[in-house]
Design a protein around this ligand. Structure first.
Ligand SMILES: *Cc1c(COP(=O)(O)O)cnc(C)c1O
Length: 392
């Protein structure tokens, strides 16, 4: 079955009533026929029929064994870390999502879990970092905000050979573009807040497991820790997923056009987008992604925070806000917003300079988005004409 058909076909018609739309079972508990005799549902933390539709759908989309819906992407990540024990080690991509960095370093380290951050864009670095304590490899591809791409197939081989779990944060690619389990990963997580729900109207997370054993463990943790997604938000995510293929295709088509435009701009130094031939791992991205996503980052020839700040404040269609993956275009200045808590030196070494701008390209017409960027850049340049390198 093709992707968009698979999505719609995996969201069933309600058996009880024939409702074509998934009913919202907004209930905490379920009446039992006799003690312990029920219709498969007893309490909504353990199981809820609306949440189950979403969980089955994401499992089908990621070619996994089971899916689990959480109250946020970070709650999803948290459930995977809870598979570990004190003394275990995680190897994680150094350009990791800030919230995951905070959780690993500032919450789990004090419980005796060690984290080793490596540049996984070279798969050999991951192999070199393996010790007999390593229990989990944590990859994001592409990463936030500089769109670094790691070779999931090769890293999966290293994980298998050493009996280590590989978890891929697939938020930026979406399951429409990239299927980590097919590439050898054991677990996939999503911030469904982004492309999967797609409308910037909720916070949600998903976990997909590849084996029955992992499914049972995550199910246990989900119920034991309790950070489940509520029925109404589950329904909104289902509503979003129904158009995922169409949105992801259009986000990527728009982003490609905009990235190519940005490459021609004199004021711009680096453009980071996996769909550009100049991207350092373009060939690997091509081998594992069907589309290149909707996020672009770029920095300026003069690394001036003020100038960059004026550009992101001067756009009209690109709204200045954190987050990404929604239908409306957003822009942000990571050094002052999403990446402010990261020490400047570490930030710089991962490419997040003072002038780095991140775009989440939405579904407006690409030419209007390009015009918007053109006017914002021109206005900012005019205002900074006294700075020699801006006019040069
Ligand atoms: C946003 C994001 C998260 C965290 O998800 P929340 O839903 O905000 O908790 C994790 N990973 C990546 C790559 C993200 O972009």
């Amino acid at each position: 079955m093709r992707e968009q058909t698979l999505i719609l076909n995996s969201i069933p018609v309600d058996e009880l009533t024939g409702s074509i739309a998934t009913p919202i079972y907004q209930t905490s508990t379920f009446v039992q026929d006799a003690p312990g005799v029920h219709k498969g549902y007893d309490y909504s933390r353990s199981n809820n029929p609306t949440r189950k539709v979403l969980e089955d759908c994401i499992a089908a989309l990621e070619n996994g064994h089971a899916g689990f819906a959480f109250a946020s992407g970070l709650a999803a990540i948290d459930s995977v870390v809870k598979l570990l024990e004190a003394g275990d080690e995680i190897i994680a991509v150094d350009d990791i999502y800030g919230g995951a960095f905070r959780l690993f370093t500032h919450v789990y380290q004090k419980f005796g879990i060690k984290i080793n951050y490596v540049d996984s864009t070279n798969a050999q670095n991951v192999a070199n970092a393996v010790t007999d304590k390593t229990k989990l490899i944590w990859i994001e591809s592409p990463t936030n905000p500089t769109l670094k791409v790691s070779d999931i197939r090769t890293i999966a081989k290293t994980a298998k050979e050493n009996n280590i779990l590989l978890c891929v944060d697939n938020t930026f690619a979406s399951p429409v573009s990239q299927k980590p389990i097919d590439l050898g990963a054991d677990i996939v997580i999503h911030s469904a807040t982004k492309y999967i729900a797609g409308h910037s109207d909720l916070i949600a997370g998903l976990v997909v497991t590849s084996t029955q054993e992992l499914s049972e463990k995550i199910k246990f943790i989900q119920n034991a820790s309790g950070a489940i997604l509520g029925p109404f938000d589950s329904w909104l995510v289902i509503r979003g997923i129904e158009t995922l293929t169409l949105r992801v295709k259009q986000h990527a088509e728009n982003a490609q056009k905009i990235a190519e435009f940005l490459q021609e701009e004199k004021l711009i130094k680096n453009v980071y987008y996996p769909g550009l031939k100049t991207h350092h791992n373009h060939e690997i991205a091509k081998s594992q992604q069907k589309y290149f996503g909707g996020v672009i980052a770029f920095d300026l020839v003069i690394d001036d925070k003020e100038l960059a700040s004026q550009i992101v404040s001067g756009t009209k269609l690109f709204k200045l806000a954190e987050s990404l993956g929604g239908i409306k275009s957003l822009c942000c200045l990571p050094c002052e917003m999403t990446h402010k808590s990261i020490p400047a030196e570490k930030r710089y070494s991962s490419g997040v300079t003072d002038s780095l701008i991140r775009l989440s390209v939405g579904l407006e017409d690409a030419d209007d988005l390009i015009d918007d960027l053109k006017q914002a850049i021109a206005t900012a340049v005019k205002a900074n004409a006294d700075k020699a390198s801006v006019t040069a």
